[in-house]
Ligand binder design. Structure first.
Ligand SMILES: Cc1ncc(COP(=O)(O)O)c(C=O)c1O
Length: 387
């Protein structure tokens, strides 16, 4: 039984609302950028109404209710205790990745990432004139893994940061405790800071693969740890702009903050009230969302395996994003193929590190998702019939 009355089957009209997803390429049906085609939970919308009704929107600071709800969320959802002073409130996540690079790298230093990965990971080192070291994941029949030997071979004394995306966008992996510990060991041996982007951590679809936050690593590791979290993906409030870092080490926190210069704007007053409400009262909605997304994910995987077998997929445990291998489709640009032949706009894998992949966003009503998949199947069938 659902815990809330929320109807995930309703597709909101988003055209004409200033939506990047729906309005940037209006001629196609969008399954690309990472926001969901669901309204946010009532608790969030009501909190926004209350704040709007106040009518005054001057510069805003993180208020007590927000701080309490973030600390409580960390404790109840992730089993980690943090202190108010460990929190750095921010108007977004990507800017925090950039801040960390600028705080910790001199020109010519290096930042390690593992691709395929969310495309700004490739770009933020350049903000610090640092060099990128990409050590791609390896793939077996079912999943993707860190290439530990290649990472050992690639790391140098100039490497300062390893940026982790956990759960992983676009691979849909939730890394295990063992993998995070192995990463921590790698960072410790090579004197790296672990910059852990955990924005998708409340979107785990497999109960037996719970999120293992890097915040659970031992006390001795905290001096080399910056974690980033946000309610934005889970509660579909990315357009409001609020995220936070947890940095327990005072010196690391000072360095991170001092890299701000004049580059970081104040946080949107409404965003912080939405975040407070999401973390404090949104959990029943989130549980229903997870059930719904799991149903979509299973249907999508079954559809692709049975109806479009030329596309290849691997196991998926987290996020509402599915990484699809189009190698055997044998087209020069899969994203253009599906746009032109199916009228469906997906995320291009190229800036994530693979031009042979597309990413399908299944955070939407089921019927709508199926229409997109049917259109993709018809386009693939036509192509295969013409060979
Ligand atoms: C892993 C990851 N980090 C960060 C972001 C973006 O965060 P923000 O919009 O707060 O910069 C996304 C959005 O898709 C993401 O997938």
């Amino acid at each position: 039984m659902p815990e809330t009355n929320f109807n995930f089957d309703v597709l909101p009209e988003r055209r004409g609302t200033g939506s990047i997803k729906w309005e940037r390429f209006p001629e196609y049906t969008p399954f690309w950028v990472a926001d969901m085609d669901f309204a946010s939970p009532d608790c969030v919308v009501e909190a926004l109404h209350r704040r709007v009704d106040h009518g005054v929107f001057g510069y805003a600071a993180a208020h007590t209710g927000l701080i309490e709800s973030v600390l409580d969320y960390l404790s109840t959802m992730h089993g980690v205790e943090a202190d108010e002073k460990d929190l750095v409130h921010l108007p977004g996540m990507v800017l925090a990745l950039s801040l960390a690079c600028r705080a910790l790298c001199e020109p010519g230093d290096q930042v390690m990432i593992n691709s395929p990965v969310y495309y700004p990971f490739f770009k933020v080192p350049a903000d610090a004139e640092a060099e990128l070291i990409d050590v791609p994941f390896t793939r077996d029949e079912t999943t993707w893994r860190f290439d530990w030997d290649a990472m050992e071979a690639a790391v140098t004394p100039r490497t300062r940061i390893l940026i982790l995306c956990n759960p992983q966008n676009p691979l849909g992996r939730a890394f295990s405790e063992e993998e995070i510990q192995q990463l921590a060991d790698f960072c410790e041996r090579h004197d790296l800071v672990l910059l852990s982007d955990e924005i998708h951590c409340d979107l785990i679809l497999e109960d037996d693969q719970p999120h293992y936050s890097a915040l659970k690593l031992p006390e001795s590791f905290q001096k080399r740890l910056i974690i980033l979290m946000a309610p934005s993906k889970t509660y579909n409030i990315a357009g409001l702009g609020y995220s936070f870092a947890v940095i327990r080490d005072p010196e690391l926190r000072r360095k991170f903050n001092s890299a701000r210069g004049c580059t970081v704007p104040e946080i949107n007053a409404l965003a912080m009230y939405a975040a407070e409400a999401a973390y404090r009262d949104g959990e029943p909605w989130r549980r229903d969302l997870i059930e719904y997304l799991r149903g979509n994910r299973d249907l999508l995987a079954e559809f692709i395996r049975n109806e479009i077998p030329v596309l290849k997929i691997h196991e998926h445990a987290a996020t509402y994003l599915y990484w699809i291998d189009c190698t055997e489709l044998d087209v020069s640009s899969p994203v253009q193929f599906f746009a032109q032949e199916a009228g469906v706009f997906l995320t291009d894998g190229t800036p994530f590190g693979s031009s042979r992949h597309v990413r399908f966003n299944f955070g939407c009503p089921r019927e709508h998702m199926l229409e997109g998949l049917q259109a993709m199947k018809a386009a693939v069938d036509r192509k295969l019939a013409s060979i």
